[in-house]
Write a protein of this length. Sequence first.
Length: 642
Amino acid sequence: MNFWLAALYLGSIVGVATASEWGNNNITIQKRDSSFGYAPTTVECPSDRPSLRDSLALSSQERAWLKKRRTNTMAATRNLLARLKIAGFDSDSYFRGDGQSDFPNIAVAVSGGGYRALLNGAGAIAAFDNRTKGSIGGGQIGGILQSATYFSGLSGGGWLVSSLYGNDFPTIEELLKTEGPAPLWQFNSPLWEGPDLGFTGTSNGEKYFSQIIGQVQSKIDAGFNTSITDIWGRALAYQLFDTSTVNKSHTFSSIQDNSKFTSGTLPMPILVADSRDEGKIYLHPTNTTNYEFNPWEMGSFDNIGFAPLRFVGSNFSAGKIPSSEQCVKGYDQFSFVYGTSSSLFNQIILQMDNSDMVPDIVKGLLTNFLKQLGNASNDIADWSPNPFHGWKPETNPSAHSKRLTLVDGGEDLQNIPFTPLIRPIRHVDVIFAVDSSADTLDKGGMNWPNGTAMVATYERSLAQENGTTFPPVPDVNTFLNLGLNSRPTMFGCDAHNLSFKSTAPLVVYLPNAPYVYNSNVSTFTMQYPTDQRNTIVQNGYNVVTMGNGTVDSEWPTCIGCAIMARSWNRTGTALPDVCNTCFDRYCWNGTVDSNKPAPYQPTTRLSAIKLQSAAAHAGSAASISMFYGVIMVIVLMMASAA
């Protein structure tokens, strides 16, 4: 029995008080920079004028914050390991004194995949969060989130990260509530209808899109380039954030002002996007520049550098803002950052004109506005003026362009946001990687992960100049043939016996799989009845807990072994016997089977939940129509580019 979900359906949302309690669970909107809206504004530059820095080190802000976070994670990790009960390991004795280097450094990465990734990832985060009701009992793994230093997301996973940090980090239970004056995560209406703004019929949708277009127009009027990403991000904001304040400025860099974050109580959020030059269609993981967004900076470790996120939008030149220029603030709106990381969904906006489900009056509003944007804005996010213009032209491919064009962080096949976490400079020991990718194509088994994201990141890490370290993984066929995509699998368990640097983290791969529900909904499904939404979250919870420990009662202990593996390696400590057993069971042992796999058609591992809402099936059918429409747009774009 999943006690947390029983409480959810009964409407009893109770936080679990722990030593690392994060305070009141009532949703409080993230502090805004000021009362102005979506458009950036010019301000006087601070006396210490903003400038770019190289990527050879972490920022001074991150280094200072890490000291505070480490104090919190040390306490949380002690509590977590005590509950995970690794026989033969005395954590109190092992962590004697304040030897911080002995403590494991944990990260969580949530993949892209639209609402499927948001909801499946939410189930994982609920299981990792010790505030979730029932998450610290038998068979549970609550406390991983409190012990984590970094929390990365891209595309749909980026929506999850943004919704949490943009709402002052509530529990997943709070985000799923349907009561209250402005409930969040209400996905039972399609995106083109919008929230209830107090109007009836099509006038509600008209008012909703008029607001969105007005917000984006204000950015144009302020003299900045826009793209469909601006529209897409604003539409999502009405679902991810409180609608009563959605029109106010809400920047990603304002996270650095949140007291929970500045005190080191929360992990550090990172969103990922890819660079794509104008006119380019295909991206490859080995040569694509990966950008990250964190509370202080945006930039890339790929021989580029970093810009202060709060002042992006200013006219940087060769790394500085000229003395004759004012500074700009408010460019890094939450919706523009997560919209950039999920710009693949720009095609949804484009396809609304061809959908019978979208009212004509809404189509008219969109069509007229899209004509102003032009075709060049179809599938990119335009970060102009380019903060890296004139900066390090010998290594920076965008140095000669006044536009910086970024796209969905999964377009280079790295659909799990590993790249910020596998830089040796961040010293990550273990990554809990939640994969909600839609890789499989077999009839009756579409939209499940098959390890493609893992392979892409591993192949990228092999380039020495890349500067990342990642444990070896097999090919996609092996993932399928050995079932590595259908159950938790660990990679890089023994640093001594592998041909990569011991600085590579151990990866706990947590692929989406059917435990109580077939959560392989289309990436382009835009509507979820409440029971389907909750059931996908419940399935995600079961994926990472292995059915609350019912599939394997030792799974929580094995999680503890994975957390400690790199620390034991550093201190020369022998593995406890139970960890040897765990690693024999869950670690990829190097076996390869590259033969063509049989059709992948998984079935639920536990008793399946049957949904009551007919709309869940109707929504799936509608998404298929939308999906093929999107594919046609992409094909036409590729043909025209050729």
